[in-house]
Design a binder for this molecule. Structure first.
Ligand SMILES: C[C@H](O)[C@H](O)[C@H]1CNC2=NC(N)=NC(=O)C2=N1
Length: 145
């Protein structure tokens, strides 16, 4: 497939950064969430960015936009191991997800910027870095169709 690298960078409306649409979020660093001009991005911008964090969904929880992804893990303890790997990335980025482990083997992670009550580029950076984690051995194999 011919990937047209869109080089035009876009000033985030109400955002605090520009970024090129071809840039890989996992190569970026989160900024402190107490930056004074930090504001939530629009739903339009979030819809433009969501395809750059594969497997993550954009959800609107009573007006708060969040990123959301779920996994089925092999065991309760492997769920906690997944949390541990995610926690290390979160601590190094200074940006933290909401972690859910329910029904012993269902993991859901939600990412949003609490300081602004919505999404910022930090959330996409964290989601991209979580996508880069070696989670395969923790996950239940998909049932053969
Ligand atoms: C100063 C530091 O950036 C803030 O305390 C961070 C910590 N981690 C955070 N994580 C998330 N998801 N949202 C925040 O607003 C946030 N604030």
């Amino acid at each position: 497939m011919n990937h047209v690298a869109l080089s035009s960078s876009r000033k985030l409306r109400g955002g605090f950064r520009t970024f090129s649409t071809s840039e890989d979020f996992s190569a970026k660093k989160c900024v402190p969430c107490n930056a004074k001009d930090l504001r939530p991005m629009t739903e339009e911008t979030a819809n433009e960015l969501i395809s750059r964090v594969p497997e993550w969904n954009l959800v609107n929880e009573s007006g708060v936009l969040k990123l959301n992804r779920s996994w089925k893990v092999k065991s309760f303890l492997k769920g906690l191991e997944l949390f541990r790997l995610v926690a290390e990335v979160a601590e190094s980025e200074g940006h933290h997800p909401d972690l859910h482990l329910v029904g012993w083997n269902n993991v859901t992670i939600e990412i949003w910027t609490h300081a602004v009550g919505g999404l910022t580029e930090n959330d996409f950076i964290l989601a991209a870095k979580i996508n880069g984690l070696p989670l395969q051995d923790l996950l239940r194999r998909k049932a053969k169709s």
